[in-house]
Write a protein that binds this ligand. Structure first.
Ligand code: PDD
Length: 386
């Protein structure tokens, strides 16, 4: 059966969001499949914790979040490009055959539909969390900070004593091929390498010649660089950092960060900053900064935090722009009294933080330092993207 039936229901224009209906010129109205795999959420869901897509240009009237996948039969959901559509293009419901096709993913050298990608239940990534990963942003079809991600990947593999199964050129080629196969212009590439299938579950590592499992997949985030959250900033709660003591290794053991994010959501906030011995370590999936007395302050690199690739670039750009940077611990109270706060990560770039627990930061609005750093970061990293 096709994933959704042909008919009027598939051809509705986006429902209006925000304060009231917003009309798109008829030639710009994409037809929206209303049934799976696309889930259309009203605009007021934007930024409220959901992994959202920003439709730029002020034309977007509805936010469509791919429920199961980002692409359909190799094409992006037209609604995700609504603001950029110059001419209306017809979207026909896929045939049953097309409906069976999915995003292409990478598994151990093969490029296959996601529904065909199978990993053993004995894989150590699955039973032991014995795997490391990288997430690389894509803008204009190019990989952002790719050499940095590769360097950290190799470091994480080394710390875990997992054999590096590919060379840098092969990783790059695989990233590029997946982008091409899935038609990604703006989005992300996820890469995970586990210690492989060690046979029966055993705390002892399997023999060294056990092939690691390499998995890669993409997801689309059209308009990612124009995230509307940058206009409002995000609000965070603070929670104890009870993660293990090697947070510098980008391992897939993400249960606690995930739980912390859920706690933030339950509190109506966007994220959580983690705190150890009274000092902020980092966000659940990002590095944390404050701006006080004209100085950008962020925790120094150690085993306590992930060595963010975006962090490294942002601090370098800040330095080049003659901004003052201090790498040191800061407390929650210091952060709450700061002029600005922000986070960095590959998916959020530079994102202002306007509230920490009950305290508004500075004016309660995104500040100029974060805005400037975001601008420089996007400009420079686009230039060096490959
Ligand atoms: N998270 N700190 C933690 C704990 C992270 O998980 C991340 C990245 C960062 C920022 O690192 P980078 O700038 O290299 O993305 C800091 C990624 C995006 C994730 O898990 O999805």
């Amino acid at each position: 059966m096709p994933a959704f039936a042909a008919g009027a229901a598939n051809e509705q224009a986006p429902a209006a969001g925000g304060s009231g209906p917003v009309s798109l010129p008829p030639e710009r109205v994409p037809r929206l499949p209303r049934a799976p795999p696309w889930e259309c959420l009203p605009r007021d869901h934007i930024g409220r914790g959901v992994d959202h897509f920003c439709l730029t240009g002020g034309q977007a009237v509805n936010l469509c979040i791919p429920k199961m996948r980002d692409t359909w039969n190799g094409e992006r959901h037209p609604a995700l490009d609504a603001s950029r559509v110059v001419a209306h293009h017809r979207v026909t419901p896929p045939s049953a055959h097309e409906a069976a096709m999915t995003r292409t993913v990478y598994l151990n050298g093969d490029y296959i539909p996601e529904t065909e990608a199978k990993v053993s239940i004995f894989d150590r990534g699955f039973v032991m969390g014995d795997a490391i990963y990288e997430v690389t942003a894509v803008l204009d079809g190019k990989l952002i900070d790719f050499p940095g991600h590769m360097a950290r990947l190799k470091r994480s593999l080394g710390e875990f004593s997992i054999r590096n199964p590919l060379d840098d050129d092969a990783y790059l080629a695989a990233h590029r091929k997946l982008l091409e196969l899935n038609g990604i212009t703006d989005g992300m590439v996820y890469l995970q390498i586990s210690r492989g299938n060690g046979g029966d579950r055993d705390f002892v590592f399997p023999p060294e010649d056990t092939p690691p499992t390499v998995v890669m997949f993409t997801w689309n985030k059209p308009g990612m660089a124009d995230n509307p959250l940058t206009q409002t900033g995000i609000r965070v709660i603070t929670l104890p950092d009870i993660r293990w003591k090697r947070r510098d290794i980008k391992s897939v053991m993400l249960a606690y960060p995930s739980m912390a994010k859920m706690q933030a959501k339950a509190a109506g906030r966007d994220d959580a900053w983690l705190v150890e011995d009274g000092f902020v370590t980092e966000g659940t999936s990002n590095n944390a900064y404050i701006v006080a007395n004209g100085t950008i302050v962020t925790r120094a690199l150690s085993h306590d935090i992930l060595h963010g690739i975006t962090r490294a670039a942002v601090l370098r750009f800040a330095d080049e722009a003659q901004m003052k940077v201090e790498e040191r611990n800061f407390t929650v109270a210091e952060a709450q009294a700061a002029d600005e706060a922000f986070i960095t990560s590959s998916s959020m770039f530079v994102m202002p933080v306007v509230q920490i627990d009950d305290a508004e930061i500075g004016t309660g609005k995104p500040g100029p330092v974060a805005a400037r750093l975001r601008e420089i970061y996007l400009e420079e990293s686009r230039k060096s993207a490959i």
